[in-house]
Design a binder for this molecule. Structure first.
Ligand SMILES: NC(=O)c1ccc[n+]([C@@H]2O[C@H](COP(=O)([O-])OP(=O)(O)OC[C@H]3O[C@@H](n4cnc5c(N)ncnc54)[C@H](O)[C@@H]3O)[C@@H](O)[C@H]2O)c1
Length: 360
């Protein structure tokens, strides 16, 4: 059996270097080609990284490519993922899986009909610290989780992102853009969500992009609320592009006997997992040096080759998307929103995926 899968990328914008480098961190991934609607950009990225520059059609027609990473903007995710699936290839999409829930469902249905896999970012819940936190929870370090808290609050991505318009259009906003990290992290730790309530507002009608042009805001930019899990635990979430500064923790889980403080699931730098059970302690990490984007894609590739489920799955992303949409729906209707989909909590990673020794 082959021990590598060939990978192509559609959409080589701002986040693509993270995937190009991430793919190269895992022996099972052989990144070979890229495409973009902006053809000169695809050619430039291909030249810089020793890849084949294709048109989207030619990349999809290449029979040697097994998995295509969809790094287009959120509003294009559904259509591009459908093209990838239609070509009989496995798709690994950036988040969100789709903007609309119906489109996300159609992606999962189409993939099932074609017999291909759907994977979806974020995969930060597979990073070392988050897996260490899950292991501590499973070992009963804080007893049964009672509640949790997650927050991402800042003054918006236009200060650093070169093409920030999409953050303020349908498909953007802090919940669909940043919520996936926090919601997926919570689902990984606490299991399936049961219902959601929330309040949301757009505090400022327009934003100023880096180059000075004005962006009309079309989505809520301050979204708060609670997720009630099937386990009974309740998480409070704050997702905001409207806050200048704050001192909220980024992620904490409160249990019967203690508290876990967990690093930011959108963070890149290794930070500590802290446990309180009488006093605060820094917990040793079970999983070392696995803080690399692409781990979810590598896990999917192993799943394909060795016939086992993968963790950053389409089902998990769909459940997260349903939860994220429920905040705005609850805000609009003034009612709790019951979550229709469910998930099995992803299994703990075996130690050493980054050492390329996953459970083969
Ligand atoms: N930038 C980040 O730091 C970051 C971090 C994590 C996740 N993401 C996610 O990654 C995705 C891409 O973000 P980005 O910041 O790289 O955006 P970007 O605008 O910088 O890049 C998107 C690229 O996709 C191409 N594209 C758009 N539609 C296409 C289509 N239909 N066919 C082919 N190419 C198409 C564009 O030409 C562009 O080169 C988004 O879903 C975003 O949420 C971004």
């Amino acid at each position: 059996m082959e021990d590598k899968l060939n990978v192509g990328i559609i959409g080589v914008g701002n986040i693509s270097p993270a995937y190009i480098n991430g793919s190269r961190a895992f022996d099972i991934l052989n990144l070979v080609a890229c495409a973009d609607m902006n053809i000169p950009r695809a050619q430039q990225v291909a030249a810089e990284n020793n890849l084949i520059a294709y048109s989207v059609d030619d990349l999809l027609a290449d029979p040697d490519i097994d998995i295509v990473i969809n790094l287009t903007v959120p509003l294009a995710h559904a259509a591009v993922s459908q093209l990838i699936i239609g070509a009989g290839k496995h798709v690994y999409s950036e988040k969100p899986l789709a903007v609309e829930l119906d489109d996300a469902r159609r992606i999962l249905d189409a993939a099932e009909a074609k017999g291909v896999r759907v994977g979806c970012a974020p995969d930060t819940f597979l990073f070392s610290q988050h897996q260490t936190a899950l292991k501590l929870l499973e070992e009963g370090a804080i007893g049964a989780p009672v509640a949790a808290f997650g927050a991402m609050a800042g003054r918006g991505p236009e200060s650093w992102h070169p093409n920030a318009d999409f953050f303020y259009k349908v498909g953007g906003g802090p919940m669909l853009d940043m919520g996936p990290y926090y919601v997926t992290c919570l689902l990984n730790l606490l299991g399936a969500a049961k219902r959601v309530t929330g309040s949301a507002r757009s505090s400022f009608p327009e934003r100023v992009a880096k180059d000075g042009h004005r962006i009309d805001v079309e989505v809520p930019t301050h979204v708060t609320g609670t997720i009630e899990f099937e386990s009974g635990a309740i998480a409070t979430l704050v997702m905001s592009f409207d806050v200048m500064a704050h001192s909220m923790p980024q992620m904490e889980v409160y249990g019967e006997y203690g508290t876990l403080r967990i690093p930011d699931p959108n963070g890149y730098k290794p930070r500590e997992v802290m446990l309180f059970n009488g006093e605060w302690r820094v917990m040793p990490e079970t999983y070392r040096s696995e803080w690399v984007r692409g781990i979810g894609l590598a896990d999917m590739a192993y799943g394909i080759l060795y016939g086992r489920p993968h963790r950053a799955s389409g089902q998990l992303a769909y459940h997260a998307l349903e939860v994220m949409h429920a905040f705005a729906t609850a805000s609009r209707t003034g009612q709790h929103v019951d979550i229709q989909s469910t998930i099995e909590r992803p299994a703990l990673l075996p130690v050493g995926l980054a050492a390329r020794v996953l459970d083969r």
